[in-house]
Design a protein. Sequence first.
Length: 350
Amino acid sequence: MRKSHPVRRAVLAGAATVSGIVLLLSLKPASDPGSAQAAGQAPPAAAGQAPQGGVNGAVTGDAAQTQYGAVQVRLTMNNGKITQAEAVQAPKGGRSDQITASSVPRLNQAVVAAQSAEIDAVSGATYTSAGYKKSLQSALDKAKASGGAQQGAGGAQTLTGDVAQTQYGPVQVRVTVTGGKITKAEAVQAPKGGRSDQVTASSVPRLNQAAVAAGSADVDAVSGATYTSAGYKKSLQSALDKAKAPSGGAQQGSGGGKATTQTLTGGAVQTQYGPVQVRVTVTGGKITKAEAVQAPKGGRSDQVTSSSVPRLNQAAVAAGNAHIDAVSGATYTSAGYKESLQSALDQAGG
């Protein structure tokens, strides 16, 4: 057997060593968490992430109706980060009490951990989880709108209107407003089932187009879809109310010290005698007007509403917040009024 020459072995070994070093230096890690930042690029944001725009304060989502009752979520945010989540409404009564007590705290924790609406449903609480996530998403939409989602004069805001109940089912509208103009409108809820499927499929696209064309809620009802059209317009108006300076600049005055006027519609609160929903006008951080856009009606409720609502409106303006006394003889209406008023003020950061 021939033996390799010692010099030849040394040359081959040296060449292999040099090749290995060159190869190692040319390789890059498959995943480098810091590489994007080092290159001056921010990592992509996760879908549904909490808005990062210095949002501070409480934001209340729209009430989401489920098979077992309404679910409504309120978020507390600090500099764009969710620091607390809570359900201000959740199914109750009978078996629902146990499910709510078990599932809601877990959903609250999941939101703070995820910082988005991308959370898992709690096993055994499918309907509550779905309603929670839907209300949560609407709260995040409101936070995005109120927390500086508007970048420069042409910034875009996504605003979700309140749910409008109709004879054939709920209607809820979401709009995108760019540079003060409606650039997109869509119905996130609309009547369905039976004949409603055909009516919705025919009318909603036309209403969406009309909203963009009109730039307001002053759109014509679609023939044959009277109830859907009315609900659409009502929800659309509430979405536009949530936009800051919705009427081409709510800045009052032409010089320094301008006071900003906002019209804000609270979430509809279900009471034993019917829904209550409050709209407020806030100028310079103060409530200058309050009104109930929904209140219990029919039978005895008409008298209670006509007596109590004007007093509640006056009390809201006088107090400047939702810490007002209930009107004697109108306990349920007063409680619903105060809750809806608070959700409206949450949108203004108050």
